[in-house]
Design a protein around this ligand. Structure first.
Ligand code: UDP
Length: 371
């Protein structure tokens, strides 16, 4: 079989690039070693008719109009703004930390944004150059909040002290002086109306997809001009510069004979239990059902790679692979694992769209030279 492009991995990055290339008339094959499309965004309906996010909660949010409009070609949306709580003792606290969280936690009564800002000013530690996630939290909100909300959650999630992680990890969560309790403030926040898997199906309409197929096998069976690899970049190069570590999650699902289990879509447990959070995705899908499904998330090592671990050591290793990747003529790397970046879904799409443009431009130039 002869293809213009082989895409390895049928997750968000791979599917976007496959769709873009096929829309320009290319013959594209996407393979995935799993038995389903959609990568970690994959969802399905269980026997009770409830949507399950097999690899954890995926809440779409973006400020990028181009990304939103692009995905809107493949799905309708159900507007949904995520709200999250942290459970400490028997109390729930809004996350991100906002004025209500501060009032409840410190048992005070800050009434305005100015009052909250002054309070935070007194709490935060002066750190001239913020070098890691611990310093990021200490320098924005101080030690008490760090100890109660961030320290143990981060150790559980990443199996390392926050000192060994980039500041960007905890900086994902802002500190607010207002009482906005939405997890994200992006302009577009929504769930694909019929689920992620259906959205991927629509993206891949004109693409050949081969599931349960691995890379080593397929290269023996087909010919192709170029390739996009969305698996772990270190594995592609035979780990020659060392292994890049990834964090994985084990999801323990439970179906309950009640309409809802908890008040929030996500409740985090920084200091108790071995799991980090309990998700009840029904809040986000809006499904009406007498039953509900919850998922407890246990961070593990050695499962399906899900999170690149952002720190200097790993960026250095990745840098060597990246350089090697640039020397390859007709191979591109994309997505969380291909680019070793803690991308959100919208960042993955934006980056994949850029990669697709680059590939198409290169092809155009090549065709011109050949003429
Ligand atoms: N975090 C934390 N406590 C929380 C929530 C998050 O310490 O209650 C830290 C933790 O290090 C986590 C990071 O902030 O990995 C980013 O959180 P986010 O909710 O963005 O993680 P994701 O949804 O990507 O797993």
């Amino acid at each position: 079989m002869k293809y213009d492009s082989l895409i390895v991995g049928c997750g968000l990055a791979g599917s976007v690039i496959a769709e873009r290339l096929s829309s320009q008339g290319e013959k594209v094959l996407v393979i995935d070693k799993r038995d389903h499309i959609g990568g970690n965004c994959y969802d399905f309906r269980n026997d009770d008719g409830l949507t399950v996010h097999k690899y954890g909660p995926h809440l779409f949010h973006t400020d990028d109009k181009k990304v939103y409009e692009y995905l809107s070609r493949f799905t309708e949306w159900r507007p949904y703004e995520l709200r999250v709580a942290a459970s400490l003792g028997n109390e729930l606290y809004p996350l991100p930390i906002n004025r209500d969280t501060l009032n409840k936690f410190f048992k005070i009564n800050l009434r305005t944004e100015d009052e909250a800002a002054r309070f935070i000013e007194l709490k935060k530690e002066k750190i001239s150059i913020v070098k890691n996630a611990k310093q990021q939290v200490l320098s924005t909100i101080g030690r008490e909040i760090y100890d109660a909300f961030f320290k143990n959650y981060t150790i559980k999630q990443w199996k390392t002290d926050p000192e060994n992680l980039d500041a960007s990890v905890t900086a994902r969560i802002p500190i607010r002086t207002n009482t906005d309790d939405r997890y994200f403030t992006d302009k577009y926040q929504a769930m694909p109306l019929n689920g992620y898997a259906k959205m991927f199906e629509s993206m891949l309409k004109n693409v050949d997809v081969k599931l349960n197929e691995n890379f080593e096998n397929i290269v023996k069976k087909i010919s192709f001009e170029k390739m996009v690899y969305t698996g772990p970049i270190d594995e592609f190069f035979g780990f020659k510069f060392g292994r890049l570590p990834y964090r994985s999650l084990d999801f323990q699902f439970e179906t309950l004979d009640r309409e809802f289990f908890q008040e929030y879509c996500l409740i985090n447990y920084p200091n108790e239990y071995e799991f980090t959070r309990i998700t009840e995705i029904k809040h986000a899908t809006g499904e009406k059902n007498e039953k509900t499904v919850i998922a407890r998330e246990y961070p593990i090592e050695g499962g399906e790679p899900s999170y690149p671990i952002p720190n200097d050591t790993n960026h250095n290793i990745y840098g060597r692979y990246e350089k090697e990747a640039k020397n390859l003529k007709n191979v591109w790397f994309a997505g969380r694992l291909g680019q070793y970046k803690y991308f959100n879904m919208d960042q993955t799409v934006a980056s994949a769209l850029e990669t697709a443009d680059e590939i198409l431009l290169r092809c155009k130039i090549k065709r011109k030279i050949n003429l």
